[in-house]
Ligand binder design. Structure first.
Ligand code: SF4
Ligand code: SF4
Length: 283
């Protein structure tokens, strides 16, 4: 079986068009334990980028968490593709990963020619900018059609660094603050309120010129139904408090439990109502 062509076809049918293959030996190993003893026999990494940005109105969470948890999407993909590969090539082993991978995904994707590495640490594609999730299939099958190329980097325009709230002199990352457990101090509360986020931060992605170009070209939004359904772009305290546990579990913002999110929403809603009442009294 021609695995490269079969995988490409299967992924294309799901509107996943950014796909490549690189030798396992060219990749940076970051979590070798994920492959156990099989690591020494691995030959090929098939890697693909999944666009996730969707059109929304007002948002107070990071774009990656607006649809259901992307791990569910990858599980579905791997549940279909891995048995297909095992059935057709029983002499080889195939493993699927997304997010927590044995190899550096950004590095492998850049090596495969899927995109370039940005100074913001993310993979940037021409069509979707950095609004992509990366997934890969690692195998001992010796692929012959590698798409390996020289890694390219962004031109270091400096916009992401300049816009990043870390550079306000506080040294704290907004995304980290929104996911931190426990009480937030007054300056962290003001920080969260200033940027209007209760979960995560998209600033370095939003200001990147590649994002502006992908918007202008009309290619940035995901054509994949999973990322355009069940959207929760704007959270409220009441919504999270009343969300049934099984629904909450399916959200990318659930891994810190409801407490962290409810704390952030309390800060956000109280802060904004104070701002509104100040404005009213000034009118
Ligand atoms: S904003 Fe500029 S420096 Fe940052 S990732 Fe984009 S192109 Fe690179
Ligand atoms: S997530 Fe936001 S605050 Fe954190 S490093 Fe990136 S741009 Fe800066």
């Amino acid at each position: 079986m021609d695995i490269f062509s079969s995988l490409k076809k299967l992924l294309n049918e799901k509107n996943i068009l950014k796909f490549g293959a690189v030798p396992f030996s060219s990749c940076k190993t970051v979590r070798p334990y994920k492959l156990g003893e099989d690591i020494s026999r691995m030959k090929t990494v098939y890697i693909f980028a999944v666009p996730y940005l969707c059109r929304t109105g007002k948002k107070n969470i990071s774009a990656y968490a607006v649809a259901k948890d992307y791990h569910l999407f990858f599980k579905k993909i791997f549940d279909e593709i891995l048995p297909f590969l095992h059935n057709n090539c029983p002499e080889y082993k195939f493993y699927g990963f997304a997010d927590s991978s044995p190899v550096s995904e950004v590095n492998a994707a850049a090596l495969a020619g899927i995109g370039i590495i940005g100074d913001n640490g993310l993979l940037i594609t021409e069509e979707y900018s950095s609004f992509v999730f990366l997934g890969e299939i690692i195998t001992d099958y010796p692929e012959r059609h590698f798409t390996e190329q020289q890694i390219r980097r962004c031109p270091s325009c400096g916009k992401c660094k300049l816009a990043c709230p870390v550079n306000e002199g506080r040294g704290a990352c907004l995304s980290e603050v929104t996911q931190r457990k426990g009480e937030l101090d007054a300056s962290d509360k003001a920080f969260l309120l200033k940027y209007g986020s209760v979960w995560g931060c998209d600033i370095c992605q939003t200001v990147c010129p590649y994002t502006a170009a992908a918007i202008k070209n009309g290619t940035i939004y995901s054509p994949i139904p999973f990322f355009n359904e069940n959207l929760t772009p704007f959270l409220t305290y009441g919504m999270i408090e009343n969300m049934p546990d099984d629904e909450f579990k399916e959200r990318a913002y659930s891994w810190r439990k409801k407490e962290v999110l409810l704390r952030n929403l309390k800060i956000y809603e109280e802060g904004n109502s104070n701002i509104h009442s100040e404005r009213r009294s000034n009118d």
